[in-house]
Structure formats: structure tokens, C-alpha cells
Design a protein around this ligand. Structure first.
Ligand SMILES: NC(=O)c1ccc[n+]([C@@H]2O[C@H](COP(=O)([O-])OP(=O)(O)OC[C@H]3O[C@@H](n4cnc5c(N)ncnc54)[C@H](OP(=O)(O)O)[C@@H]3O)[C@@H](O)[C@H]2O)c1
Length: 259
């Protein structure tokens, strides 16, 4: 198959491109770096012609709710409209588990990024409105959130990490589900994907810091009722794919030691 990937140069996009090529598919990489700014979509229809599927794994330049909403809705409209004009058979957008419930309430979920989650839900809606044969894959957080979270509230040798209840997933495993939905091997308009085990983000960040020799003191930050109730966790029927966080972390530690 010919699969266009919007965001092909990013963390998820490059993993998806490797997986698609390894499975024998042809990839059309779309990113500013490859000459396609989806916000200025000149030449996009031509680039998408002949593609069987398009997968949107773009990221907004900011996590601010208003700016991210504006980016995702415009990018999804441009990509979806161009895909429809080009006759692309199938569209897939990567989203996050829980965005629908967080968008449906004014209650603070306490993820630390509630506004961004609402923007991701707006992206799903814009894809549904404009893209041909739209499919949504909602993922849990990636294992690397353990590293990122250390920096969110860091002040010297102390940091506060919101005690999110999550079921983190490895990017390279998650993209196999994205690919399956893009090819049609995985059925359903909405699929969820997560890792094999439930974790506390505070504990994950502590373990990450220790495994890399960082002595930062990690304190649990508050979260809202929605997070405590499991809004970020995969539901019944989700694709649960390994490795576990501990296995992933062992790999990171081994790679760090080998350097
Ligand atoms: N991190 C998580 O735990 C998690 C969990 C679930 C879902 N996700 C979702 O995964 C998606 C991808 O994340 P990521 O970490 O792979 O992001 P990333 O590494 O920042 O990559 C973003 C990609 O988007 C492209 N892009 C940005 N603006 C563009 C534009 N105007 N036109 C064309 N391409 C553009 C970038 O390429 P250029 O800069 O070259 O344009 C890059 O290829 C996000 O939507 C995120 O919400 C993340």
C-alpha cells in the first residue's frame, strides 16, 4: 500500500514510517522538513494522489488550548480536504485516551494539560468532519513521559510530578496498531491502544531519574477526580501491547551504560 504520513519526521511519524516500510508499504512523508507545511497546503492534493491511506501524527507547536485547537483544526481541515480531493481511501488520526471525557466536562481532570487534551478532541472532530473514511486511534501516554515529566515542575534538585494513573505504551509497539488501522487489517472507526500495566507517573519518573543517575527528589503532585477514576486508562477491547515500563526502562539504562 501507499501510506502518506503527516508528521513523518516526528517521534511517532518516524517510527510509523519505519514500521510501514518494514512491512513492505510505500511511505509518502509529509512534514515541513520534507517540503509540506499542512497549514499552507500548496501541492498537498498532488502529493496525496495515489495514496491508499493517510495517517495524521502531527504535533502542535504549543500545548496552549487555544493555539493547539487552532493548529489541529486547521491542519485536519487542510489534510482531510486534500485527501478527499485526491481520492485517498482511508484516514487515521492519532489521539489520546480520555480526550472525549475531558472535553465533555468543565471539571479539572488535573492532567496538567487538560487544555491540550481538549484541543486533541477538537482535532478528532475536525478529522471526522473533513477527512475521507476517518478512523481514530486513541493511545495512552508513551513511556518517555517519565523523562519529560521530571522537567515540568523541576526546581534544582527537586521536582513535582502529577501522580497520573496511566498505562504507558512503547511508541514502536503503538505504531503497529496505527499501521493496522491504516491498512484496514484492524477494524473499527475507534481503536484504543495502551501498554500492558498500570503505573503511577510519579513512580515512573522516580525510577527514570534513578536509572539515569539523576538524584532529583520527585514529589507527587495533585491530580483531579477524573484522573483518579482512570480517565487516561484504556477501556475494554483496547489493544494492550508490550514492553512494560520496567522492560522499556531497562533498555534505556542499558543504552545509557553503553555510551
Ligand atoms: N506523547 C504522548 O504520550 C502521546 C500520547 C498519545 C498521542 N500522542 C500524539 O502523538 C502525536 C505525535 O507526537 P510526536 O511526539 O511524534 O510529535 P513530534 O515528535 O513533535 O513530531 C511532530 C511532527 O509534526 C510535524 N508538523 C508539525 N507542524 C507541521 C505542519 N504545519 N505541517 C506539516 N507537518 C508538521 C513535524 O514536522 P516539521 O516540524 O518538519 O513540520 C513532525 O514531523 C501528537 O499529536 C500527540 O498528541 C502523544
Amino acid at each position: 500500500m501507499r501510506i502518506a504520513i503527516a508528521g513523518a519526521t516526528g517521534l511517532v511519524g518516524s517510527s510509523l514510517a519505519r514500521a510501514a516500510e518494514a512491512a513492505g508499504h510505500q511511505v509518502v512523508p509529509l512534514a515541513k522538513e520534507t517540503g509540506f507545511d499542512i497549514l499552507r497546503p500548496d501541492g498537498l492534493v498532488e502529493a496525496l494522489e495515489g495514496a491508499d491511506a493517510v495517517v495524521d501524527v502531527m504535533q502542535s507547536p504549543t500545548l496552549d488550548e487555544a493555539e493547539a485547537t487552532a493548529f489541529f483544526t486547521e491542519a485536519s481541515r487542510n489534510l482531510g480536504t486534500a485527501a478527499a480531493q485526491a481520492g485517498v481511501g482511508r484516514s487515521v488520526v492519532l489521539s489520546i485516551i480520555g480526550v472525549d471525557r475531558i472535553a465533555a466536562t468543565d471539571e479539572e481532570a488535573g492532567t496538567g494539560f487538560d487544555g491540550y487534551y481538549r484541543a486533541k478532541y477538537a482535532q478528532e472532530q475536525a478529522t471526522a468532519a473533513h477527512a475521507p473514511s476517518p478512523h481514530v486511534v486513541r493511545s495512552t501516554q508513551f513511556h518517555d513521559i517519565a523523562r519529560q515529566a521530571i522537567g515540568w515542575g523541576r526546581d534544582g534538585d527537586r521536582t513535582v510530578v502529577p501522580d497520573l494513573v496511566t498505562q504507558p505504551v512503547a511508541v514502536d509497539a503503538m505504531v503497529q496498531v496505527l499501521l493496522g488501522v491504516a491498512t484496514g487489517e484492524i477494524a473499527g472507526d475507534l481503536n484504543e491502544v495502551g501498554g500492558p500495566g498500570r503505573e503511577s507517573l510519579t513512580a515512573m519518573s522516580t525510577a527514570f531519574a534513578r536509572s539515569t543517575g539523576d538524584t532529583v527528589e520527585v514529589t507527587a503532585g495533585p491530580v483531579g477526580d477524573l484522573v483518579r477514576d482512570g480517565v487516561l486508562l484504556p477501556g475494554e477491547g483496547a489493544h494492550l501491547v508490550g514492553p512494560s515500563f520496567a522492560e522499556w526502562l531497562a533498555g534505556v539504562a542499558a543504552a545509557t551504560a553503553a555510551r
